[in-house]
Ligand binder design. Sequence first.
Ligand code: BG6
Ligand code: MG
Length: 217
Amino acid sequence: NTKTFIFDLDGVIVDTAKYHFLAWQRLASQLGIEFTPEHNEELKGVSRVKSLELILAIGNIEASQEDKNKWLIQKNTEYLSYIDDIDQSEILPGVLFVLDYLKKNKHNIVLGSASKNARPILEKTNIMHYFDAIVDGNDVTNAKPDPEVFLQGAKKMNDNPKNCIVFEDSVAGIQAANIANMISIGIGDKEVLQEANFVFPDFTHIDINFIDNLVNR
Ligand code: BG6
Ligand code: MG
């Protein structure tokens, strides 16, 4: 009974959501926009380009394509400076245990991330070898909540979406998993991730029984 487990990256596997937030917040404040952690929930899981559009909409700012391109580079440069020296210590608690268990039981393990920086992060944190397939921001044209990223992951494994289980920390990602007809597991705040089929504060709360029940249902 093999399943396909699809992991989001930022905020699920690694503690990088905080760096995206810091970099967006700096840009927003430079543009005179008040950008709160509540606003940031809407940006989680969303592509770089769409994130900038959301921020500009919050500040009611219209900008030229030239300025937008400049700001996208500025944000990414700052983000890259944060992740430049990350290592395994940035992997969130309980994640490696679950990855090991899934690997041992021969399930498919897939990355489904909106980030164009996903591969270097997997390399620096030394977890590339767990993944049977990677779908990231370089592969998709439609940002979450569009299900494209997860459907591509299922396709790479030749698996049916109904046989896929998605771990996500973002509202947009949970919606994408639901639209794809996959089981959605939220990692984070139950209030925020209300639409998920299951929610856990982090991976240390996911035990083997829960995974076995998912696999056998
Ligand atoms: C998602 C993050 O995983 O990737 C977003 O949740 C981020 O915060 C998006 O904006 C795009 O990432 P990147 O690295 O391509 O700018
Ligand atoms: Mg995420």
